[in-house]
Write a protein of this length. Structure first.
Length: 590
């Protein structure tokens, strides 16, 4: 395989903070590499260095000559005053492709000014700009942020099919698993490479951690013996056994490397929640001609964990803002239980004072936090969220985007809510934090509503979905996202088959055809009985098919039932077609 990119002995630090040191890796033709690291470990910095947008301390970054490279920044920017179309890198050759990509990414107003676009829309314009240049190597920083589920599925399929090479940072674990064939992890300023997808990485990383822990345990045992020797060592013999003293300090260093499976602790106590949570009573909300909800009714159950999914612009965020009282409905109301205490994590994030220190941000909320029955001071609490003392006394503006998200999450949970409302909580959080947040939410003794495009996160956390399909069409589906996706694929296939059958075959009617003027063969007694039976059987089969379709649309069926109903409907379609054709033949003689 031809080498596209080679990174050799690269180092980068900010003052005393070392992000990575002497790291080496390459990207060859056909490689699709996912880059994984904790927030603040330098993922975005590394991509910026490779793209030539940031300096580094030492090492080298070398591309193959004349390589076409595309780079999607985490937060792209365009010059104010440009229209969407003017911001595109279009040529005569790729003009049609540009419009196709923009349409696929749901950017339709090409005359809109870029300063009028949301951050998510700008990201999608930038993604289209990368794809239309037909790059051989694409560098992507969080490409699925701000994509709805349909767009994520499309991009996943597109990148999987293409022969391009990839180097990308993403927290979307299904995306990593289905697109990537290699994983690179930055851990403790070093590089670890895994020749496989995300599932393979999880397996091999655990083996590495277990091996390290075994080595550390062995070092601890030796350290205890060495410590005993050091204590008994006479000062006069110190120089004579210097090698053992040096070995002691090496063992001490190794013994401090023990890795824990979960580095973030979110076991914050939730307050008591009563049996009444909230009831939505005839709630309606419109923005001009755009309908968000229309006469919506719902009773939320105690300890319910609901996911809200749907395309961008269908009203998901508006719905939860009505629930927590930030936006008023046009009519109807939300009746909230007296014991409910909301904790709202918004996709916009808490607007921190960038000149404040991290510890002061938290201390302004409370002096202590209760975790597992223990009262922790603010500094101890921040340690649970991977903010060591040096980070606690650092200014907010020095934090990475993911660290600011983690700080925002910290400020939400420390208030001990019993009803968490999380609007796109996974954006910019590292995978380690996501894993722990998922486990926390699964065991959370309260209620949860999550708005997210992260399919993996939704599958692990929620027990049912509200699907916003646009124009106030909201479906309550009893299952997680993958189950909904399986159901939707079956339903879409049925709709296509039904439409094809309707276009190809005329359906029988009760209206008898007029007799032709020319004489023809009459129905035999047996054929007339068959004809009469068909006139009864076809409507019955149609009714059964309709009943099964209604059941499948209810969202109350298991995956097994969905599949069995689908098979039965396929059989019914064939049977209806055959009987309809026979009915038509006999009707010519009737």
């Amino acid at each position: 395989m031809a080498s596209f990119l080679q990174v050799d002995r690269l180092s980068k630090s900010f003052g005393d903070l070392i992000l990575f040191e002497d790291i080496t890796f390459g990207v060859a033709q056909g490689d699709k590499i996912g880059l994984i690291a904790k927030n603040g470990s330098g993922k975005t910095t590394l991509l910026n260095i490779i793209a030539g947008k940031e300096d580094y301390d030492s090492g080298s970054v070398v591309f193959r000559n004349d390589l076409r490279v595309g780079y999607l920044e985490q937060t792209p920017q365009y010059q104010a005053g440009l229209t969407v179309w003017q911001a595109m890198n279009t040529t005569v050759e790729n003009e049609l492709k540009a419009k196709q990509f923009l349409t696929q990414l749901k950017i339709t107003d090409l005359d809109q000014k870029v300063e009028e676009l949301s951050g998510g829309q700008l990201k999608r314009v930038a993604l289209a700009n990368v794809l239309i240049t037909d790059p051989e190597l694409i560098i992507l920083d969080e490409p699925t942020n701000h994509l709805d589920l349909d767009m994520t599925d499309w991009l996943e399929g597109y990148l999987s099919r293409q022969t391009i090479s990839l180097l990308m940072v993403t927290h979307d674990r299904y995306f990593l698993d289905r697109v990537c064939n290699q994983i690179i992890e930055i851990d403790r300023q070093q590089i670890f490479q895994y020749k496989g997808n995300y599932s393979y990485y999880l397996e091999k990383r655990q083996e590495r951690v277990d091996a390290l822990n075994s080595e550390v345990e062995r070092a601890n045992n030796l350290l205890r013996k060495e410590l005993d020797w050091m204590r008994r060592q006479p000062q006069a013999r110190g120089t004579k056994a210097k090698y053992r003293i040096d070995a002691y300090y090496e063992l001490e260093k190794k013994a401090q490397q023990k890795r824990e499976a979960n580095d973030v602790n979110l076991a914050v106590k939730s307050s008591y929640i009563g049996s009444k949570i909230f009831e939505a009573e005839h709630v309606s909300k419109h923005f001009g001609d755009i309908r968000i909800v229309d006469d919506f009714n719902y009773t939320f159950a105690r300890y319910e964990k609901m996911g809200i999914v749907g395309n961008n612009g269908t009203g998901k965020s508006t719905f939860i803002k009505m629930l927590i009282g930030e936006i008023a409905p046009d009519s109807g109301r939300f009746d909230i239980g007296e014991t409910v205490r909301f904790g709202y994590y918004s996709q916009d994030g808490l607007q921190f004072n960038e000149q404040m220190k991290v510890i002061d941000v938290v201390q302004d909320i409370a002096e202590y936090v209760e975790i597992d029955g223990r009262k922790l001071g603010v500094s101890q609490f921040l340690n649970h969220f991977l903010f060591p003392p040096d980070k606690q006394h650092s200014f907010v503006y020095k934090l990475s985007g993911g660290e600011k998200r983690r700080l925002h999450l910290c400020t939400v949970l420390m208030r001990n809510p019993n009803f968490l409302v999380l609007d796109e909580p996974t954006n910019d959080l590292d995978i380690v934090t996501l894993n722990v947040l998922e486990e926390y939410l699964r065991s959370f003794k309260g209620c949860v509503i999550v708005v997210s495009h992260d399919r993996y996160f939704m599958d692990k956390v929620v027990d049912h979905l509200l699907v916003f399909r646009g124009d106030a069409d909201i479906k309550d589906f009893p299952g997680n996202y993958t189950q909904y996706r399986d159901w939707k694929e079956v339903q879409d296939q049925l709709d296509r088959e039904i439409e094809a059958a309707r276009q190809e075959k005329p359906m029988p009617t009760t209206e008898r055809r007029p007799q032709p003027e020319t004489p023809k063969k009459k129905l035999s007694f047996k054929e007339r009985k068959e004809f009469e039976a068909l006139e009864e059987e076809i409507p019955q089969l149609e009714a059964e098919k309709s009943s099964l379709e209604t059941a499948m649309s209810s969202g109350a069926l298991s995956t097994d039932k969905l599949l069995s109903h689908s098979e039965r409907i396929a059989h019914l379609l064939n049977e209806i077609d055959e009987k309809t054709m026979r009915w038509l033949e006999l009707s010519e003689l009737a």
